[in-house]
Design a protein around this ligand. Structure first.
Ligand SMILES: Nc1nc2c(ncn2[C@@H]2O[C@H](COP(=O)(O)OP(=O)(O)OP(=O)(O)O)[C@@H](O)[C@H]2O)c(=O)[nH]1
Ligand SMILES: [Mg+2]
Ligand SMILES: [Zn+2]
Ligand SMILES: [Zn+2]
Length: 426
């Protein structure tokens, strides 16, 4: 669908690419031919240094070959357009013509990374959630379960739907996230799911050093009931590799704009990596859990501070203690955390519950010796809030080699709903 007249009359409107987070004016967007034959004919392709740099990072150049893509152009430099090319700042072109197939194309690209930008990127407000934290705190599992829950339960309850921005994103979520946690679709609807062992835990997310694909967000279009332009927004979810957070922080700071420019930060913490929790006799650590080094969340929050030019940071920060199923029951009976850790209470979660959990998490952290961490959070990230959740609930495996039941998540959506409210998306 071509861009509407109203949007074309605002070529200087700033756009932030939801893939690479760079900002530019709408009239700077490039075009690429999207014709089936042009796309599949290698002889018609041309060098694409922008795409090469986005996919291969700074290593492109000396020795590294430049990728080729179907014909693309920066509209301001397309001489075939004559004087018209100098007027894009006043009126966006509806389409450009591919010199190879001579068909018009309105397939727009980000001028910085050459990702395809559907019209909704140009017209809609956008929100972001950057998920980060040390290794094995459950970030990837959280993203998987969160998106499934938003789609299937929370969205319908709150009157919104989520659609993947592109087919590629839908496929990537299914393949890299959903299939592992919820099982594949290799069984027919009427077949017994006898061998439920095909549901597995995620492997560690690969470092950005070996797989730049981790910089690619999962982007959704959120549409609220009621219609109208303002009822839709884009939402990008970024999943960080714990390995990068712990060991490649310079690289992350240089490449992961999604953290320094995030509109919403979600820091996941695993309390089982706090000594006071791990040594509690009521908690039984698995062999793997007892081998991981203790976490240093104070250092983590200092590290986060280094992503920003100035402190205190205004960006909303949700700090969520994950794996509630494993540690919640050691808190005093009568607390909300204790109650939720035992399974879903009768009354659905609401803002009053969020407030209670915020207070209970802070006092638990203080008891576990994390006062320095609490102080640092409140001084450097004044717009913060504590949460607790479990992505897997009582389906969390005590042995990873055994078949795993489907997740029964507890409170996973609460930090995200808060962050979206802070960003004006909900
Ligand atoms: N008990 C419990 N275990 C969980 C939960 N969520 C994840 N896990 C387990 O935690 C381990 C790590 O999960 P991941 O989602 O891969 O963790 P991650 O933070 O993405 O790890 P990296 O990619 O290495 O940074 C897995 O063994 C999961 O089964 C949960 O809610 N409860
Ligand atoms: Mg991961
Ligand atoms: Zn981009
Ligand atoms: Zn073409």
């Amino acid at each position: 669908m071509p861009l509407d007249l109203w949007t074309r009359l605002a070529p200087l409107r700033r756009i932030r690419c939801p893939f690479c987070f760079e900002q530019f004016a709408a009239c700077e967007m490039h075009f690429r031919c999207n014709d089936h034959y042009c796309k599949t004919d290698f002889n018609r392709m041309i060098a694409d240094p922008v795409l090469s740099k986005a996919l291969n990072g700074r290593r492109t150049g000396a020795g590294g070959s430049v990728l080729r893509s179907p014909w693309w152009v920066d509209p301001g430099t397309d001489e075939r357009r004559g004087l018209r090319r100098y007027l894009d700042w006043a009126f966006l072109p509806a389409s450009l013509t591919c010199p190879n197939c001579e068909r018009p194309t309105d397939f727009r690209l980000c001028p910085r990374c050459h990702s395809h930008l559907p019209d909704s990127v140009v017209t809609l407000n956008s929100g972001h959630i950057a998920i980060f934290g040390p290794q094995s705190v459950g970030k990837t599992t959280f993203v998987t379960v969160l998106l499934h829950e938003l789609d299937n339960r929370v969205g319908p309850e709150q009157g919104f739907i989520l659609d993947p921005l592109t087919d590629e994103i839908r496929d990537r979520y299914d393949r890299e996230y959903h299939e592992l946690t919820y099982g594949g679709s290799q069984f027919g609807v009427g077949e017994e799911l006898a061998g439920a062992s095909f549901r597995r835990s995620h492997s560690a997310t690969p470092s950005l050093e070996t797989h730049r694909g981790v910089l690619q967000p999962l982007i959704y279009r959120l549409t609220r009931r009621g219609g109208g332009r303002r009822s839709s927004a884009l939402l990008s979810f970024f999943d960080t590799a714990g390995e990068d957070w712990e060991m490649n922080i310079d690289l992350l700071r240089a490449e992961a704009r999604y953290l320094s420019d995030a509109r919403g930060l979600l820091f996941l913490i695993d309390p089982l990596r706090i000594r006071a929790v791990a040594h509690d006799r009521r908690v039984h650590l698995t062999e793997k859990e007892s081998r991981v080094p203790p976490a240093d969340y104070l250092t983590d929050i200092r590290k986060l501070g280094t992503f920003f030019r100035k402190l205190p940071v205004k960006t909303p920060l949700a700090i969520c203690l994950n794996k509630l199923d494993r540690w919640g029951r050691q808190l005093e009976p009568g607390t909300m955390l204790h109650e939720w850790a035992g399974g879903l209470p009768e009354s659905p979660p609401d803002e009053a519950l969020d407030q209670t959990i915020h207070d209970e998490v802070q006092s638990a952290l203080r008891r576990w010796g994390a006062s320095g961490f609490l102080e640092s959070v409140s001084i450097n990230f004044p717009n913060h809030r504590f949460f607790a959740c479990s992505a897997l609930g009582d389906a969390a495996p005590t042995r990873e080699d055994l078949p795993q039941p489907l997740p029964s998540p507890l409170l996973v959506e609460r930090p995200v709903l808060w962050l979206l409210k802070q960003q004006g998306v909900l």
